[in-house]
Design a protein around this ligand. Structure first.
Ligand code: 5AD
Length: 354
């Protein structure tokens, strides 16, 4: 177990400490071997009610063309994804509060479950309780919702304080998701300007205590059409690109050691930053050795994919490229198993169907 001092030392060190990497890799091999679970990700819509100061699809970004994928197109995507051998998908989109949107999501989950029997991860923000319950009931069993940054004071540096951006509601939703029965994935945004190592430490403590089934963390990457971008050009940036990349890897290793069995994703943002310094295989190998065991190739059609522009130069992680990159990084890509985390079975005392 890592002490506070050990964690702070790791965060402050220039590189990834060798003993941290060794310990994380040992834990990883014990619980997940060399397996990496692939989830086929589709970004349903870039329409969003929120206006987070770091995010490119924020409502106030008027220059962005908005899209909402059609049911028939998604059906075709699901068919292709199945043909490739996937058993697990992820659906993501901006936060929308309308009955029409909810009904569309119900229809999609029914399709994904009843026709394709996918294990389904969803990520559509802080939806109302009855909607989250219904989606779970229809077959979505995993939910991703990052808390972004756990200090409420810092949270409001990057979000308005209004009914659409409410720190308490975000945390309440995370607790609710767990209560409903979802495998909950959460995490933070690493290396935002105006934040410090001590903020990262607080984020780590929250995740340690919350014990999520999935950890989804990633480095902050500036996006031109956001208010936060202007601050960077004024030179207030605190963490460099390389630092944000290394911090994310260190956090992955810390969570692998602290949480042991949870799934940890090698996020697109991590890959986007990492490939500025190293080849894809090297980035993946590092992330997997630190303890990541999930990646999400993007299946959103290319013309829409460009519009899901959370940050600059987003890496377009295609299936084939990823599948072979995982192999070439000396790990084993897995499509045909759900890849549920052990923590989920332990909590529910279910028989194992990994
Ligand atoms: N850099 C990195 N990640 C971002 N996200 C949003 N904007 C950015 C950015 N500029 C992440 C947030 C959100 C997820 C969908 O995308 O953490 O939860």
């Amino acid at each position: 177990m890592l002490s506070k001092k050990e964690i702070l030392d790791v965060l402050k060190s220039k590189d990834i400490p060798k003993d941290l990497l060794e310990e994380a890799f040992k834990v990883r091999k014990f619980y997940s071997g060399y397996y990496v679970y692939l989830r086929a990700l589709t970004e349903i819509t870039n329409i969003c009610r929120k206006s987070c100061f770091y995010c490119g699809i924020r409502k106030e970004n008027a220059s962005l063309k908005r899209y909402y994928l059609k049911f028939d197109l998604i059906n075709k995507l699901f068919t292709n994804i199945k043909k490739l051998g996937y058993s697990s998908i992820a659906l993501q989109g901006g936060e929308i509060f309308s009955e029409k949107h909810y009904f569309f999501l119900y229809k999609l989950i029914k399709l994904a479950k009843d026709k394709f029997n996918y294990e389904i991860t969803i990520s559509f923000g802080e939806l109302p309780k009855d909607v989250l319950e219904k989606l779970y009931f229809l077959g979505a069993k995993r939910y991703l919702l990052r808390f972004e940054i756990i200090s409420p004071k810092r949270y409001y540096l990057f979000h308005y304080k209004d009914k659409f951006h409410n720190y308490e509601n975000r945390i309440k939703t995370l607790v609710l998701l767990k209560k409903i029965g979802y495998q909950v994935g959460t995490g933070n945004l690493i290396g935002l300007p105006f934040t410090f190592i001590k903020d990262l430490y607080k984020d780590i403590l929250f995740i340690k205590n919350f014990k999520p089934d999935m950890v989804g963390i990633g480095p902050y990457i500036p996006q031109k059409n956001t208010p936060l971008f202007n601050y960077l050009t004024k030179g207030i940036n605190i963490f460099s690109e390389k630092e944000r990349f290394l911090l994310t890897l260190k956090l992955i290793a810390i969570f692998r050691i602290l949480l042991k069995t949870s799934n940890i994703v090698a996020s697109t943002a991590l890959i986007t930053l990492g490939t500025k310094f190293y080849p894809l295989e090297k980035v993946l190998n590092l992330a997997f050795k630190c303890g990541a065991n999930v990646i999400m190739p993007i299946f959103t059609p290319s013309e829409n994919k460009r519009l899901y522009s959370l940050y600059e130069d987003k890496y377009f992680s295609e299936h084939e490229k990823f599948y072979f990159a995982v192999k070439n990084s000396d790990f084993i890509p897995v499509l045909d198993r759900y890849g549920n985390p052990l923590s989920y079975y332990i909590r529910n005392q279910k028989s194992c169907k990994l």
